[in-house]
Write a protein that binds this ligand. Structure first.
Ligand code: TPP
Length: 378
């Protein structure tokens, strides 16, 4: 079934949607002009259907958590385990926009094959999984209005299936917090977990591809800071990252960029004339000396050629790079120092804050953490 732009939802779709308690809403990346209205609309959908909401790290939902009591953030960590994956299998999914990055989520959807309604006003192929998907080229507001006025729909309480998700998610989030709270190491994942506590409210946050976008999905906790996440997923390129952040900072007057070293260097000419800009940008540089993402590939066990040809460590002196462009620089060697630096953002100028991280330690720690968090019985 393909619903037509501007038409009523086809009766078959409207009557089938919500005809199961084993239903899920998946909210992917979104940059709505009014994030609160967007989060409220999804909260209404969740209540109308009685379904919980898997909230991507690139969705505003996580950062307006009190508007919706049915948000799930640990889906990737839970679905790594067969007993959760089976118990939580869905019959129907309402997918808002593109899918989140999580490979685990995508594989689980492929294996369990729920009927999916993909709500996206853009007219293009929206299902990279090529599964049982129905295109709904409607705005979120139109969908809410259609479901809200349908006589067959009334406000529901969250389903027992939804409760099962919420309980497991709460346990996983607690276990994650217990692991990360006192961790002294500058672990890359802890940065994503801590950012809402560290940044001023409503900070626009540009997130680079590679591990930053994944760490945000795995670790960014529910919060009410109104943080505004941006990421150019596109073809997942690491090109143009700094210039994109400059554009976001220009738009909002200030922004923070979370980036790896190779992504920053790919676009380091974005710093040209940086000191003359009328906005502020703080660059949070995770310098783990190369592409940490490749540490999880089988090739990482083969040395040579792993370091030289895959990880590609670089030896750039970032303090000197910053000085060359008249950019403020600070090396961040502790969480306390980072907290002090981020408590308030300057109005103007570019700042480069360098966290030197241990690529191999972080990759191993991340892998064991991601497995351990969902490793519990309910
Ligand atoms: C334009 C472009 N070139 C190459 C790649 C392949 N690639 C994906 S991730 C990555 C490494 C990124 O390293 P870094 O920015 O330091 O982040 P980390 O992996 O350490 O998180 C590369 C080269 C890409 N995605 N885009």
């Amino acid at each position: 079934m393909r619903a037509q732009q501007g038409s009523e939802l086809e009766p078959i779709a409207l009557s089938k949607l919500g005809q199961t308690e084993r239903g899920l809403i998946i909210a992917g990346p979104a940059h709505p002009p009014d994030p609160q209205a967007y989060c409220r609309a999804i909260a209404t959908l969740s209540r109308l259907l009685g379904w919980p909401v898997l909230a991507d790290g690139l969705s505003p939902l996580r950062n307006h958590a009190s508007l919706n009591p049915h948000l799930i953030t640990s889906y990737d960590l839970l679905l790594r385990h067969d007993h959760h994956a089976q118990a939580l299998a869905a019959h129907q999914v309402l997918q808002l926009g593109a899918l989140p990055t999580s490979k685990v989520l995508r594989q689980w959807l492929q294996q369990t094959d729920p009927l999916r309604w993909i709500v996206d006003v853009r007219d293009r192929n929206k299902d990279p999984l090529h599964g049982r998907a129905l295109a709904v080229p409607w705005s979120l507001a139109a969908l809410v209005a259609a479901l809200d006025t349908s006589p067959s729909e009334s406000l529901r309480t969250i389903s027992p299936y939804g409760q099962a998700w919420l309980e497991r998610d709460a346990s996983a989030r607690q276990r994650l917090a217990a692991q990360l709270t006192l961790l002294p190491e500058l672990f890359e994942g802890k940065l994503s977990w801590q950012l809402p506590q560290l940044l001023p409210p409503e900070t626009p946050l540009v997130i680079a591809n590679s591990m930053p976008v994944r760490d945000i999905e795995w670790f960014l906790p529910l919060n009410d800071t109104g943080l505004r996440p941006y990421c150019s997923r596109g073809a997942n390129g690491i090109d143009g990252t700094l210039s994109t952040a400059m554009g976001v900072a220009q738009n909002f007057g200030r922004a923070v960029l979370l980036t790896g070293d190779l992504a920053l260097l790919h676009d380091s000419n974005g710093l040209l004339n940086a000191s003359q800009r009328g906005f502020h940008l703080t660059i949070l540089l995770i310098n783990n000396q190369g592409g940490g993402i490749f540490e999880t590939l089988p090739i990482a066990a083969f040395e040579p050629p792993f370091e030289a040809f895959f990880a590609m460590p670089q030896t750039v002196d970032f303090a000197a790079l910053a000085a060359a462009h008249n950019v403020e620089y600070a090396r961040i060697s502790s969480w306390l120092l980072l907290q002090e630096q981020l408590a308030t953002l300057p109005d103007q100028g570019i700042r480069l804050l360098e966290l030197r991280c241990d690529r191999k330690f972080d990759a191993q720690f991340r892998t064991s953490l991601l497995t351990a968090i969902g490793d519990f019985e309910i």
